[in-house]
Design a protein around this ligand. Sequence first.
Ligand code: CDM
Ligand code: ATP
Length: 287
Amino acid sequence: MLYVKAPAKINLTLDVLYKRPDNYHEIEMIMTTVDLADRIGLKATESGIHIESADRFVPNDSRNLAYQAAQLLKDTFNIKSGVIISLDKQIPVAAGLAGGSSDAAATLKGLNQLWQLNLSLDELAELGAKIGSDVSFCVYGGTALAKGRGEIIEHLPAPPHCWVVLAKPTIGVSTADVYGAFKPAKAEHPDTGKMIEALEQGDYQAMCDHLGNALESVTLEMHPEVAQIKEQMKKFGADAVLMSGSGPTVFGLVQQEARIPRIYNGLRGFCGEVYVVRLIGERETLA
Ligand SMILES: C[C@](O)(CO)[C@H](O)COP(=O)(O)OP(=O)(O)OC[C@H]1O[C@@H](n2ccc(N)nc2=O)[C@H](O)[C@@H]1O
Ligand SMILES: Nc1ncnc2c1ncn2[C@@H]1O[C@H](COP(=O)(O)OP(=O)(O)OP(=O)(O)O)[C@@H](O)[C@H]1O
C-alpha cells in the first residue's frame, strides 16, 4: 500500500473579476496549505477503480474526485491495471478547504509513482485542471497565486508562521450555488498585490490586514451562522478572521499560542467542528 498526504488549503484572498462565456468566473486568489490532511492509500489491483471511505458524505463511485483522477490517468495513458483508493478523511467535506480536490491531487501523485508514469508536477497539475479548478494548486501545495478559473499557478513565499483555528458550522455549501449568487455590483475586492507584498516581506500584521474574500458576503447572506462564527472568533481573540473559499469554514490566524485555548473552547461550545492547525505554506515534492 502506498500512502500519500492530501492537505487542506485556506484562501488568504479570493477576488472574483468577472463571469466568463464558459460560465466559470475569472478569479485571482492566494491559497496556502495547512497541516490538516486526508491520508490516501493506493493499492494496485488487476483492473477497475474502487473507492473505500468510512465517511458517509463521501461518494464511493465516479463522483469522487479521487476516482476521477485515477480514471483520467487510465484513459490518458491507456493503463490496464486497477487500484483500490482508501480515503481516510480528516478534512471536513464541502467546507471550502478543497478536501476533494486535494484527494484528487494526491491520487495523481501517488498513481504517478505506482504506475511508473514519470510525469512532472507541472504535467500532473495540468491534468488536474481537467478534474476541478482547485486541483492544480493542490498538486503543488505550498503558497500560490491562482488565476484563470483557479488553474494558472504562480508560486509565492510561505507565509509567516502562525496558528490557524478552523471552525466549520454543520452546514455544507455548494461552490456552484455561491458563484451562482455572486453579484459583481455588491462585491468587495481584496487587495491581492498588498497580500503578495506581505508574503514577500514576511509581514504577519500586513498579512492579517489584507485578508479578503469576494465570496464571503454571498455565503454570509445565505447562512447567517457563518457571520456569527466570524464574530465569535474575533471576540475570543483571533488576530484576523476570514471565510475560506466558498465557505462555510471560517479561519482565524493567531500568533500567540497562549491565546488558542480561549478561542478553541469558546468556539467548541458554539460550532460543530473546530480544529487548531499550523500553516504549512511550503511546496510539496513528488510522492
Ligand atoms: C471556491 C474555490 O474553492 C476557491 O478555492 C474554487 O474557486 C472552486 O474550486 P472547485 O471546487 O475545484 O471548483 P470546480 O469543481 O471547478 O467548479 C464548481 C463550480 O463552481 C463554479 N466556479 C468554479 C470556479 C470558478 N473559477 N468559477 C466558477 O464559477 C462553477 O459553477 C463550477 O461548476
Ligand atoms: N474525495 C472527496 N472527498 C470529499 N468530497 C468529495 C470527494 N470527491 C467528491 N466529493 C464531493 O464533492 C463535494 C464537495 O466536497 P469538498 O470537500 O471537495 O468541498 P470543498 O472543500 O468546498 O472544495 P473546494 O474548496 O475545492 O470547493 C462533496 O459534497 C462530495 O459529494
